[in-house]
Design a protein around this ligand. Sequence first.
Ligand SMILES: Cc1cc2nc3c(=O)[nH]c(=O)nc-3n(C[C@H](O)[C@H](O)[C@H](O)COP(=O)(O)OP(=O)(O)OC[C@H]3O[C@@H](n4cnc5c(N)ncnc54)[C@H](O)[C@@H]3O)c2cc1C
Length: 374
Amino acid sequence: MLFFNELSFWERKEYLDEIDFAIIGSGIVGMSTAIFLKKRYPTAKITILERGYLPTGASTKNAGFACFGSPTELYDDLQKNTEHAVWETFLLRYQGLQTLFSLVEKKKINYKPCASWDLIAENQLDIPEDFIAYLNSKTEQLINDNSVYSDDSELLASFGFKGFQKAYKNSLEGSIDTGKLITELYKKTVENGIQTLFGINLESYSESEKEVSLATNFGELKCAHLLICTNGFATKFQQLDLQPARAQVLITKPIQDLKFDGTFHFDAGYYYFRTIENRVLIGGGRNLNFEGETTENFGTTNQIQDSILSLLKENILPNSPFEVDYSWSGIMGVGNEKSPIIKKVNNRVAFGVRMGGMGVAIGSEVGKKLATIF
Ligand SMILES: Cc1cc2nc3c(=O)[nH]c(=O)nc-3n(C[C@H](O)[C@H](O)[C@H](O)COP(=O)(O)OP(=O)(O)OC[C@H]3O[C@@H](n4cnc5c(N)ncnc54)[C@H](O)[C@@H]3O)c2cc1C
């Protein structure tokens, strides 16, 4: 492996010299930021530095829900935050999806407007009776649609589920193919002349009046501006209201005669499942061990895998035999507040982090805002 100071004239000139904007992290936020920066500064040299051989956080690991708020999640949020903050985040998610679709064609990321259902277990407290009407009155004000949410419990029997008393539908949510999204964003960066250097880990940085020096695993690099889009991994660079949060999922092998299709939320968004190519992808259970799942380390645990498997066996596929194919995890960035952090911390350094469990929806919009910060 060659360090930067061992590279050729051509390599230094092409890849390392005179970087106007260095972006750390090639997830949804990093790539969206780069694309929007290029729109704003067409002649700028923009380089993304990614420590992994693939993006290695959450953007290639997530469940691919194009979602902006299920009834129980919104109800839970309203108990913990001001009404203003909750609806501001709702709007950011809704508009964020439109921004995403302005970057990548829906059909290229297999976007399906399949709707979502928020399930209430038999032993769980239902949301108040007038809550759906309240939600629709808010959506009418904000997005000019007064029929986004409805009680769709009659459909429960046809899904073949067991142990749920209610299903609330969100008619505007959908699903995407997570892998295809990252491929399409990456293609867009290449088309725009944005370079991504994989395998480069930013260790630290220091800012002077004229530039920012980056200490990496391959030596020192300089850039005029630095944008840190490392989400759950950003805490080592700056003290922020931010923590890493691991999320675990599993996927079944293809199942014959699956009775349902779409995206589903359960328990204020702590559990979620969807169909993909006749398989079921299910995740959640972080609330079983918040402390243990506050980690930057990838991996799965028996406690959480057992809980999602049991939900799958007992409640979601009670009458269909299935096999688990494999499991994986991803690392999100969360904080006490749910909204993202888009913040300039010095003259030449800014952060775009804390996407929570909603980076598919808000990541591109965060990139768009971050690209205007200097
Ligand atoms: C299992 C799971 C399911 C999810 N489901 C959904 C969903 O259905 N819908 C939804 O909206 N959201 C979902 N999310 C959340 C969503 O995936 C994230 O919010 C989003 O991907 C965050 O994007 P990002 O670009 O901010 O961060 P990331 O995708 O984490 O990208 C950060 C990048 O920075 C790189 N990096 C870190 N440190 C360094 C360094 N020092 N030097 C160089 N590079 C570095 C990492 O390798 C990584 O590639 C889910 C997340 C997980 C884990």
